[in-house]
Every structure is written in structure tokens, then in C-alpha cells.
Design a protein around this ligand. Structure first.
Ligand SMILES: Nc1ncnc2c1ncn2[C@@H]1O[C@H](COP(=O)(O)OP(=O)(O)OP(=O)(O)O)[C@@H](O)[C@H]1O
Ligand SMILES: [Mg+2]
Length: 490
């Protein structure tokens, strides 16, 4: 904790580049206070008022510091909590936990972690670009409204006050306070309870988002995984870059691959990596382009807008597919449609009246209003990438195309480590050979590695069951290839 004396000592020893003159500040202040006390006792109000004005002028002339106060509540009736105050509170929490002697702890309504802040009348020191600043918390207690004859309401007005040398005025008012606000908001975002939004009509409703998936648990090619993580992290740190080149701060990802290869799981891992909310946009529940635009405007910054199974949601000629009339291509898709309909609560009649078009969706992705809020990912998933209109997935709209495919040996090893807690086994070689000749998804492999009472803790039993499934899959794959050959000879 920084005391006033220490602050002055630091200024003298080069902390702020001042000379010895400031060593006398303490005694000057004490003398002023002494004279002021006498003055207040013997002179009338008008003279005192004038003298006060001049004293402040003189005081600010010799006082080498500047102070800025941030009040907790703003507005005439102090009804709303200041965003700046909340940002500072979050910004200072890490400093408070290491420097302050008295702390306050709380889990706010939307917080998922405990937030430690400094208690009233504590002080912490901060350093930015080699410049020292002192933050103090305080409160003014004013007795305001009288509730009854005997009761008074003590009105506590809390504030943060930052003190710094006047030589650094420009830097503090410019970059430093900007940095505090931004960092404070980032801490707030990291601490908040994240949400999963779904749309019904023009409204988003949400539940708390607590998906356990992380990139460590997603089984896939390691090199591809590293590239995706790098891309995401670079994106989230590129605010200035996007501002400089004049592009909205957003990035599009297209995830494609067969069912059960981890597309939805990866979206959850992305949200967990960056601490974003998810907006799961159900296009079949959106009436028209206007409604689509309205929904987008309501999404917040630091979020992922997801459209799952994009090929099922849009007719790629530009008109929405009429689901009721659509010829079902196979049983798998039919099941998916039923699921979508159930999720969105749509009746068949509703679907016919929907008019979201491909161009409406393109505007949704890169229209002017998509820039509102900033820092947003748009993720499409599909099982059939070849069915998508090239305009929809061109670079700039969908910046990164990620193929999630059948389970390879590397992905298997990751699943074995996560599910069975083993990194090697004599059966791994057999699994590796079989994986080369069978098409099995990570979801299927994971299913075989799920705990079973009859297998207990013995990894060998799980691996043997998996090997059997792989052999069956290999056989099926071989038969399918033979059948295809027969057709082509006819
Ligand atoms: N690559 C993977 N790594 C780890 N687990 C996976 C992976 N792929 C699938 N799984 C497991 O399988 C389940 C289904 O996966 P997920 O829902 O992500 O598939 P999907 O690709 O979205 O399928 P669909 O195309 O049908 O939506 C998940 O709960 C997850 O546990
Ligand atoms: Mg999915």
C-alpha cells in the first residue's frame, strides 16, 4: 500500500522526475490548514469564500499532482451505476488482492467468480509505461433524505480517485485511462457468467452457458488444432489492427464434416477459449430479413453467432427452403429437420411464410450493421459443404474453412487419454491399422470408450470392444466400395 510519504519520497527519487521543492509540500499543506482553521473562526462567509478560491489556486500551483475522481453513481438522482467505476473496480481487483490490506469480496448477480476489490480508504499503486499512479477508494457519507422524524438515510457515495504527476497529464488522460477501461471490461467479461442465447421470433432468450468442452478435449489433428487456436487468439487481440484497416472486427469460420465429428463441440471449445457468449441462431424461426437484422443488432460484443446445418436452413437459389415440401434426402436429414422444428417450436404453416433469403443472410454477415458491437465470430456448420453457395463461404465472409473428419490415430490417442487415461497400450497398433481402413467418427469412438460397469477400469476391454467395432466398420466400408464398383460397371 502506498502512503503519502512514500509517494513523495518516490517522486524525489526520480519516480516522477520532480525536484526537492516537493519535499516541502507536507509542511506547506500543514501551514495552510492551520491558518485556514483560524481564518474560518474569525472572518465572515464572503471573505472566507474569496480566500478559499485563492487558496485553492495557490495550492494547485505548488501541488505537483493531478487527481481524477470517478463516482460510483451518476445522474441527478444518482440512480445508475457508472460503467467507468465498474471498469476501474475490475481493473484494480488484481492489484487490490496483492497490495491492499482490507479487501471486499463478492459474487455479483452475473459473475461466476469471486471478485475481490479494495475496501474503502485503501490505496494501491499502479505503473504504466514507467509512470507511477496511485488509486484510492473512498466514500463520502452525506445525510440526505429524512425518512421519518427519527430516522435518517445515510447516503454513501463511493468513488475511486487516481493521483498522478502533472507531467504525465497527456499520457494518463489519453492512453492510460483508455487502457484501464479496456482492461477492466475484459476482466468483467472473464468473470461474468456466460450465456447461450437462442432465438424465437425477434427475441433472444438465454440460459447459462456451461459447456465443459475445451480444445484439450477436442480430438483432432494437432497441427490443425494449433492453427485454429492461434487464429482465434490473434483475432481476439487484434482490435487495433481491424480499426486501422477499417474492417469490422469479426471473423467467419465454416466447420464442415460428417455428423459426429465434433463441430458443435468445437464451437463450445471456441467460446470457452475466448470467454464469449454464444448466439445459436435458428434460421428457420426467423420470419424475414428485417427480423434477421434485428436479431443481429441485439447480439452483444464478444460473442459467437452460430448457424448450425446451414445447408438445411437456406435454399441456395436465394429463397428459403420450404421444409414442408422439401424432398427428404435421407433418413439422417429427416431426423435433423424434426429436431430443428422441435427446437424452434415451429408449425408447418409458419415455415411457409418465412422469407429469409440468401442475400439477406449475406447482408447479415457483412452488412454495415454487422459491425455494431465488434469482436464477433460467425460460425456456420454443415455436413455437406459442396451444397453451399460459393458466395456464402468465400474468404472474407467465412475466413477459415475447417474440415472435421473421421477419427484418425492422433485423434484416437487424444480420446484414449481423456476417456481411459492411457497414453500407450499394446493394442494401439492394431487400432491404428484398423483406423486407416474404416470410417468411424470421433463420436463413435468416444461412445466405445465411455465407462461401462461390466468393463470396470480395464482399458484392454474397452480397446477390444473398439477393435471389434472397427473391424465391422472396415468390412462395411469394403462392401460399400464393392457395391459402388458394381453400379459403375452396369
Ligand atoms: N473431435 C471430437 N473430440 C472429442 N469428442 C468428440 C469429437 N467429435 C465428437 N465428439 C463427441 O461426440 C459427441 C457429438 O459430437 P458433436 O455434436 O460435436 O458432433 P457434430 O459434428 O456437431 O455432429 P452433427 O453434424 O450431427 O451436428 C459429442 O458430445 C462429443 O462428446
Ligand atoms: Mg452439431
Amino acid at each position: 500500500m502506498w502512503k503519502n510519504g512514500e509517494r513523495q519520497k518516490n517522486m524525489k527519487t526520480g519516480g516522477g522526475g520532480d525536484n526537492n521543492m516537493f519535499g516541502y509540500i507536507g509542511s506547506i499543506i500543514a501551514s495552510f490548514m492551520f491558518f485556514w482553521a483560524i481564518f474560518e473562526k474569525f472572518f465572515p462567509f464572503q471573505i472566507r469564500n474569496q480566500a478559499h478560491k485563492h487558496t485553492l489556486r495557490l495550492f494547485s500551483f505548488v501541488y505537483p499532482y493531478i487527481q481524477i475522481t470517478f463516482n460510483e453513481f451518476i445522474g441527478d438522482r444518482h440512480m445508475s451505476r457508472s460503467d467507468a467505476y465498474s471498469s476501474i473496480e475490475n481493473y484494480l481487483s488484481s492489484k487490490a488482492s496483492t497490495q491492499a490490506k482490507r479487501l471486499k469480496g463478492d459474487i455479483g448477480k452475473n459473475n461466476q467468480r469471486l471478485l475481490l476489490t479494495m475496501d474503502d480508504h485503501e490505496e494501491v499503486c499502479d505503473e504504466f509505461n514507467g509512470v507511477k499512479l496511485w488509486w484510492a477508494s473512498g466514500k463520502n457519507v452525506a445525510k440526505s433524505q429524512t425518512l421519518s422524524l427519527h430516522n435518517t438515510l445515510a447516503d454513501e457515495k463511493r468513488y475511486y480517485k487516481v493521483t498522478f504527476n502533472k507531467n504525465h497529464r497527456e499520457m494518463v488522460l489519453g492512453t492510460y485511462l483508455d487502457h484501464v477501461m479496456r482492461e477492466g471490461k475484459a476482466v468483467m467479461v472473464r468473470n461474468r457468467q456466460r450465456k447461450l442465447y437462442t432465438n424465437s421470433g425477434t427475441f433472444w432468450s438465454h440460459v447459462v452457458f456451461e459447456h465443459p468442452a475445451t480444445f484439450e478435449t477436442v480430438a483432432m489433428d494437432q497441427e490443425l488444432k494449433r492453427r485454429i487456436i492461434d487464429d482465434l487468439v490473434t483475432f481476439s487481440n487484434s482490435r487495433e489492427f481491424y480499426a486501422r484497416i477499417g474492417r469490422p472486427w469479426k471473423r467467419g469460420y465454416l466447420l464442415f464434416g460428417p455428423p459426429g465429428t465434433g463441430k458443435s463441440t468445437m464451437i463450445a471449445a471456441m467460446a470457452n477459449l475466448l470467454g464469449y457468449d454464444i448466439y445459436d441462431l435458428e434460421l428457420t424461426a426467423v420470419k424475414d430479413n428485417t427480423e434477421l437484422r434485428k436479431l443481429l443488432i441485439e447480439t452483444s460484443s464478444k460473442s459467437i453467432v452460430v448457424i448450425e446445418d446451414i445447408d438445411c436452413s437456406l435454399d441456395l437459389t436465394g429463397q428459403r427452403r420450404k421444409k414442408v415440401e422439401r424432398v427428404k434426402e435421407d433418413e439422417e436429414e429427416e431426423e435433423k429437420d424434426q429436431r430443428k422444428k422441435r427446437q424452434s417450436g415451429l408449425k408447418e404453416g409458419d415455415v411457409k411464410s418465412s422469407q429469409v433469403t440468401l442475400s439477406g443472410l449475406l447482408n447479415f454477415i457483412d452488412g454495415l450493421w454487422s459491425a455494431c458491437g465488434g469482436e464477433r465470430l460467425i460460425v456456420f456448420t454443415t455436413n455437406y459443404v459442396e451444397k453451399l453457395d460459393p458466395a456464402l463461404v468465400r474468404r472474407g465472409r467465412m475466413d477459415m474453412h475447417i474440415e472435421l473428419s473421421y477419427c484418425g490415430f492422433e485423434a484416437f490417442k487424444m480420446l484414449a487419454k481423456n476417456y481411459l487415461n492411457i497414453e500407450s497400450h499394446h493394442l494401439f497398433e492394431t487400432v491404428s491399422e484398423l483406423l486407416k481402413h474404416s470410417k468411424i467418427t470421433p463420436a463413435d469412438v468416444a461412445e466405445h470408450l465411455m465407462p461401462k460397469a461390466s468393463f470396470g477400469d480395464d482399458p484392454e476391454l474397452y480397446l477390444k470392444a473398439l477393435i471389434q467395432a472397427l473391424e465391422e466398420s472396415k468390412l462395411k466400408h469394403k462392401n460399400d466400395t464393392n457395391n459402388n464398383l458394381k453400379v459403375s460397371f452396369d
